[in-house]
Write a protein that binds this ligand. Structure first.
Ligand code: GLA
Length: 519
């Protein structure tokens, strides 16, 4: 795959690269999908009445009109056996009206119909023995895609619930259903999860060529921090840590999916619930509620209905917030918006209230007169460039910043290694036990653009690079040289570019002697 990509760059430059890593061109999920999914609250205990009640609640609560349209029926909806022709069927006692009728009910209410299935032989509930049968799509991809289209399905959640298969097997297998869905002619949001009970391959590549949405982590739970890096179950802070570095993958039609929301499900403070929603919104994540919508308390309703945050999430540029700075406690994320505004999140990861500050220039706005609208309070304030707030522990203040003109963000200094026209900063992004993912930021601190760079890094003994992107490497272990590729070799004055890699073989110790040189 990587060899193919490198070859493509040589012959075709940028255009080929975009084709390789391009978003799925199926016309759907141009902004992150919003809706509700049955799993977080109801698990396997679902039926037709419950789903219809939830659909009614989405409409009556006003959530539908704010954009929450997809009603996703998760695991345990199906008959444990296929019919004599091999077709999937709804479970006749749980869904006596059948799946087509359920789809019709949702559509008549102005909602969209989502359903769960797996590319392997057993759904997750079947794998864990919580539900009988083995009705996965393996070997039935085309037949099942046709069936879903015939039922009026608008969204397929396709979950790799198996420890087996390499990442390349996963790409091939997920692509089968992508193509089968496309062949039906019905626009269907394709949402994959490569991570369940599997090596965490979600954050290891840009899946935008395979799916509209891809899960970045193991399953979420209603806790702030479970101490997991990427293992079951994940808290809000843990998911943010994995998903923030993947920002460059997001675009219309292709979004990182940090899992369905836990807003309104207890287990966290109101501040943490607000932070969860604000971070999902600014990360351009699907906003799929997971609570019981029939019995929401006012605090939950206030969060899910925050129109400032929904507008930031649904912005047509489809960008995920980029990290501006993170000192371990104070984390600043910024998301450029279609009208030239920038949304900025001031996120306090620490245990006590602290002041978090950034500047207009750091978030990519030039000028000296700005308006800040607080997404939670609606309060409007003026600023000459400072963006700052006292933020409670685990809280997130979000401002929509207007005014000034768009500029290249002034980079946060990322020094390391001897500077010879460029510097390189190494960062561990994710560690899943048997391997890790890292990112190297190449910075040009000088007053004029550089044309080309070479980074040398010496991996810890026993570590081997399995895949590298946004650069071309010589060697995969020991001292590795990475050069610029056609599209990111030129780095503007004060600009940065990044490349990433995954490696394994011996822990996740950082490489030594990371250096950057220019020609
Ligand atoms: C996996 C998925 C969950 C849910 C369950 C259903 O764990 O990650 O989101 O779909 O399967 O069994």
């Amino acid at each position: 795959m990587r060899t193919l990509l490198a070859a493509g760059i040589l012959v075709g430059g940028l255009i080929v690269l975009q084709d390789q890593a391009g978003a799925l061109d199926n016309g759907v999920a141009r902004t992150p999908p919003m809706g509700w999914n049955s799993w977080n609250t109801f698990g396997c205990n679902i039926n037709e009445t419950l789903i219809k009640q939830m659909a009614d609640a989405i409409v009556n609560s006003g959530l539908r009109d704010l954009g929450y349209k997809y009603v996703v029926v998760d695991d345990c909806w199906f008959d444990p056996t296929r019919d004599s022709a091999g077709n999937l069927r709804g479970n006749p006692s749980r869904f006596p009206g059948g799946m087509k009728a359920l789809g019709d009910y949702l559509h008549a209410k102005g909602l969209k119909f989502g359903i769960y299935q797996v590319p392997v032989d057993k759904t997750c509930a079947q794998y864990f023995g919580g539900y009988p049968g083995a009705t996965g799509s393996q070997g039935h991809e085309v037949q099942d895609a046709k069936q879903f289209a015939a039922w009026g399905v608008d969204y397929l959640k396709y979950d790799w619930c198996s420890p087996s298969g390499t990442i390349d097997d996963q790409v091939r297998t997920f692509a089968k259903m992508r193509d089968a869905l496309a062949a039906t002619g019905r626009p269907i949001v394709y949402s994959i999860n490569p991570n369940s009970i599997h090596a965490k391959t979600g954050p290891q590549r840009n899946w935008g060529d395979v799916a509209n949405l891809w899960r970045t982590t193991e399953d979420i739970t209603n806790k702030w921090n479970t101490g997991q890096t990427n293992g079951y179950p994940m808290g809000i802070q843990n998911i943010v840590d994995v998903t923030v570095p993947l920002a460059s993958y997001a675009k219309p039609g292709a979004f990182n999916d940090p899992d369905m929301m836990e807003v309104g499900r207890g287990g966290m403070t109101d501040t943490e619930m607000r932070s969860h929603f604000a971070l999902w919104a600014i990360m351009a994540s699907p906003l799929i509620a997971g609570n019981d919508l029939r019995s929401m308390d006012p605090a939950t309703t206030t969060i899910l209905k925050n129109q400032n945050l929904i507008a930031i999430n649904q912005d047509p540029l489809g960008l995920q917030a980029r990290q501006v700075s993170n000192d371990g406690t104070r984390r600043v994320l910024a998301k450029k918006l279609g009208n030239g505004d920038v949304a900025v999140a001031l996120f306090n990861q620490g245990d006590s209230t602290t002041t978090i500050s950034t500047t207009a220039s750091a978030i990519g706005l030039a000028g000296d007169s700005f308006t800040l609208r607080d997404a939670w309070t609606n309060a409007v304030s003026a600023s000459t460039g400072t963006i700052s707030a006292a933020v409670p522990s685990h809280g997130t203040v979000v401002y929509r910043v207007s005014g000034g003109t768009s500029s290249t963000p002034t980079p946060t200094p990322t020094p390391s290694g001897p500077a010879d026209g460029c510097t390189a900063a190494y960062r561990l992004v994710n560690d899943w036990g048997t391997g890790f993912q890292s990112e190297v930021t190449v910075s040009n601190p000088g007053p004029s653009a550089i044309d080309g760079w070479t980074v040398k890094l010496t991996l810890a003994g026993g570590q081997t690079i399995s895949s590298l992107w946004n650069g071309v490497n010589t060697g995969t272990s020991g001292t590795v040289t990475v050069k610029n590729t056609a599209y990111n070799g030129t780095v503007a004055a004060n600009g940065t570019t990044t490349f990433g890699f995954t490696a394994g073989g011996n822990g996740s110790a950082a490489p030594t002697a990371v250096t950057c040189t220019t020609p």
